[in-house]
Design a protein around this ligand. Structure first.
Ligand code: ATP
Ligand code: MG
Length: 397
């Protein structure tokens, strides 16, 4: 099929010249218009592959001519024909989507045909790119919607699990309080109480109230971590602060707390208080697992994601790509470690191996929610008898 070309040109000499050059090519069929109006009519009637247009015609001047042609026939490639004086308008037209321009004084048959062919090719490629871009945009939109739905489903699931676990956890202290209240009631009726027992009962009741309070507070921490107050922070300072806090809070006795924090770590965007809460939780877990003997090492270093680790820990892929920069924080302990069975459960809300009243089992759920809200990743490796490592990957600001 020959190429269908429309020539918009009002100067009869130029029309002759261009026709002459185009006649050398059997592959191009040319129709001529000498006004914009008649060109637009032709463009509406026929599917032109290319329009060769002079921007100054009797009924239109400059860029306006190009805009009219382009909007009337968006599928045709457009080549601007210029004289000596209108190069700058031509380059403006290129910026707005024309495929090429050609100086009428330099034209020859072979050049003209080549410019036409390239312009058509370029137009096709641009169109294909535009379609691909739109498709990608649509796919991206759909992915975002699906992701939001998934997050919502996951949140609903954990809220369900939480409600069940919370009911169970809060029922125990409530039962103790109820028993205490019954005892005190019966006692005041008899009006002859044992002072010592009364004090004990009140102490149990107070402990139960504190425990219920603690559970409800942890639950609130867990369900409200999305309100982050992000700012650029120096992670090494933040780690030192967390270590300071735990050193003040815990009696480490025979547990050694080792700092292995590299200087010059990249800064990260973080909510300081929440990240400190993460570190305290993890150090407390290590400390509680170790029965007061052993060592806890806090490592922090800049790191480039390798293919090997993406294969070994696929969860990293959710937030990081191969060769991306990350800041890694590791909390390593020489405690008893965990078997596969326990490892599979530790992130579940209310999963705890601690004695009743000692742990809520919400610590790691809160930790994970906070790290996810920071667009980071947390995972653990552990071996029975050897110890446990919690790895946190965060992206530099
Ligand atoms: N460093 C560790 N070594 C061995 N086991 C661990 C370690 N960290 C966590 N665990 C296991 O994971 C369980 C869940 O931890 P999580 O922090 O969620 O709750 P918890 O510590 O039991 O309770 P809470 O954090 O409310 O005090 C722990 O009970 C323990 O069995
Ligand atoms: Mg804990």
């Amino acid at each position: 099929m020959p190429i269908q070309a429309l020539l918009l040109e009002d100067n009869p000499d130029d029309v002759e010249l261009l026709r002459f050059h185009l006649s050398e090519s059997r592959d191009v069929q040319v129709s001529v218009s000498n006004t914009l109006k008649s060109a637009l009519v032709q463009l509406q009637d026929t599917d032109f592959d290319v329009a060769l247009i002079d921007l100054s015609v009797p009924d239109s001047q400059g860029l306006e001519t190009f805009i009219e042609v382009q909007s009337t026939c968006p599928s045709a490639a457009i080549v601007i024909l210029t004289g000596l004086d209108d190069q700058s308008v031509a380059s403006q037209a290129i910026q707005r989507g024309a495929q090429d321009y050609l100086n009428k004084n330099d034209v020859n048959g072979r050049l003209l045909e080549r410019v036409i062919r390239y312009a058509i090719e370029r137009k096709r490629a641009q169109h294909a790119l535009k379609v691909a871009h739109l498709e990608l945009k649509e796919a991206h939109k759909q992915l975002k919607t699906t992701q939001a739905q998934l997050i919502q489903i996951e949140k609903m699931e954990s809220v369900g699990r939480l409600a069940a676990g919370m009911a169970h956890e809060v029922m125990n202290p409530l039962a103790i309080i109820l028993q205490g209240v019954s005892y005190l009631e019966s006692e005041s009726e008899a009006d002859a109480g044992d002072w010592q027992t009364r004090r004990e009962v009140i102490t149990y009741m107070r402990e139960s109230v504190i425990r219920a309070q603690h559970i409800v507070k942890s639950l609130l921490d867990f369900s409200r971590p999305s309100r982050l107050e992000l700012k650029e922070v120096d992670i090494s300072a933040l780690l030192e602060e967390a270590l300071n806090l735990v050193e003040r809070q815990m009696v480490f006795k025979q547990i050694k707390l080792v700092h292995d924090i590299e200087e010059e770590l990249p800064r990260i965007l973080a909510d300081e208080n929440q990240l400190i809460q993460v570190l305290i939780n993890l150090i407390a877990n290590a400390y509680q697992a170790m029965d007061r003997k052993g060592q806890i090492i806090l490592h922090a270093y800049p790191h480039m994601i390798t293919k090997d680790e993406l294969d070994r820990h696929p969860e990293i892929k959710e937030k990081f790509q191969h060769e991306q920069q990350a800041v890694v924080v590791v909390i390593e302990d020489s405690g008893p470690g965990m078997d596969e069975d326990r490892l599979a459960k530790i992130w579940d809300p209310f999963f705890t191996t601690k004695a009743p009243g000692k742990g809520t089992g919400l610590g790691l759920s809160i930790v994970r929610t906070i790290i996810q809200a920071h667009q980071g990743v947390i995972f653990t490796t552990s071996k029975l008898g050897e110890g446990t490592k919690f790895f946190i990957y965060l992206a530099p600001a």
